[in-house]
Design a protein around this ligand. Structure first.
Ligand code: GMT
Length: 376
């Protein structure tokens, strides 16, 4: 198939899922065309069967807001025509599905160009419910030829909040278990903890929904009982308040803010526990990546996270903002080697058996075929 993929190419779960999906589809012989405003972060454009088409938005002085949605629609239609795309697959509803719908209409006199929208989370739970975006989000979802959601939780939310009657197929997120794998020797950990403290890790876009400061509070509590060092990976508006809090709680020497990292699959396996104290996660991709690497997640019981983490078996789930409970779980894991061993084995098994690429990518291929074979 010739597949066009559009996503936010920056640091964010939806862009990562879209990029990894494109790479996996290319490995399986499909021609994959990324249509985005920048090269997606995990994408090597030199990969066979991967093509990258940049969307340029000209900023004419008359525009206070450059019309990205229109530039994207034009580029989608152009690429679809030139490269004979069979299908467009957009990740994150706003504004990508509206652009896809316009591209579809532009091509309609020539041929059918179906499009699939994958819902990731904040496009429904946060941005989509904003009054100014609600009607257009609902409209664009209803006009999609196929809709997928990355968790059952998000599917239910979409039906409840938007009253969408179309079928929404749940295709959960996935991880490449060959690239994300445990490192039992933890070679390289010494670079971050020369005195051998165990490593905790948090990875996110440092937005308020991630409750980044909770990670610092958890570290401060944990260190009262067990020596530990925290790696903070990513960047965003909550980084500076978190750095400030680390100084205030006098744990700044025990936290490394590493900023945005391109190869998290090399960092995660060096650590023991992942902190994911989010206010909301529709799935929690980073917890899956951690589990694949044999790192045990201590997370919050929100959104789609319980569909991934089974409390007490392959991770721990506690209430949002309950620092005492989350830090107690971390202490348990760092001080009981048998418990940590059991849980990390269970997590790796779960990642490989339920969420590995070979289990999930065929579900997307089947969905493409179903949409292409439907009357439209
Ligand atoms: O979490 C974010 O702010 C990024 C956001 C995105 O759309 O890029 O992540 C969402 O999609 C991820 C990939 O499907 C999910 O793993 C995250 O749980 C989801 N975030 C939220 O629901 C808050």
């Amino acid at each position: 198939m010739n597949v066009g993929i559009t996503c936010y190419p920056t640091y964010g779960g939806s862009g990562i899922v879209a990029t990894e999906l494109g790479l996996e589809l290319a490995l399986r012989g499909h021609e994959v065309h990324f249509i985005t405003y920048a090269n997606p972060i995990r994408l090597d454009p030199g990969t066979p069967r991967i093509h990258y088409h940049e969307v340029e938005v000209s900023n004419y002085p008359l525009f206070q807001y450059p019309p990205y949605c229109l530039a994207l629609a034009s580029r989608m239609a152009e690429v679809a025509e030139s490269y004979d795309l069979d299908i467009l697959h957009v990740h994150y509803a706003i504004p990508h599905s509206i652009s896809a719908m316009l591209a579809q209409q532009m091509l309609a006199p020539i041929r059918r160009l179906p499009f699939i929208t994958t819902l990731h989370g904040t496009d429904i739970t946060l941005v989509g419910t904003d009054r100014s975006y609600f009607p257009i989000t609902k409209f664009s979802i209803e006009k999609s030829d196929g809709i997928t959601s990355i968790s059952e939780y998000l599917r239910t939310q979409t039906v409840e909040v938007f009253g969408v009657a179309n079928e929404i197929r749940v295709i959960q997120n996935f991880v490449n278990c060959d690239r994300y794998h445990p490192d039992d020797v933890k070679t390289g950990a010494a670079a971050y903890s020369p005195s051998g403290e165990k490593l905790l890790i948090h990875l996110s876009n440092f937005r308020p929904v991630k409750r980044v400061q909770d990670c610092i509070r958890i570290l401060a509590e944990v260190r009262k009982r067990v020596p530990a060092h925290l790696l903070m990976v990513g960047d965003g508006p909550e980084r500076s308040p978190a750095e400030h809090l680390a100084r205030e709680l006098k744990v700044d020497r025990h936290v490394s803010f590493l900023g945005k990292q391109d190869h998290v699959e090399r960092l995660i396996p060096l650590t023991h526990v992942l902190l994911m104290p989010s206010e909301l996660e529709s799935f929690g991709l980073v917890a899956l990546e951690a589990m694949a690497c044999g790192v045990v997640p201590v997370a919050t019981r929100v959104g789609g996270v319980p569909e991934l983490i089974t409390h007490g078996e392959d991770g721990f789930l506690e209430a949002v903002g309950d620092i005492a409970a989350q830090s107690a779980r971390v202490v348990e894991l760092l001080s009981d080697e048998d418990l940590h061993y059991r849980m990390r084995k269970a997590g790796r098994w779960d990642a490989a058996e339920r969420f590995c690429t070979d289990k999930i990518i065929p579900q997307y291929e089947k969905h493409y075929e179903d949409v292409l074979n439907s009357k439209g």
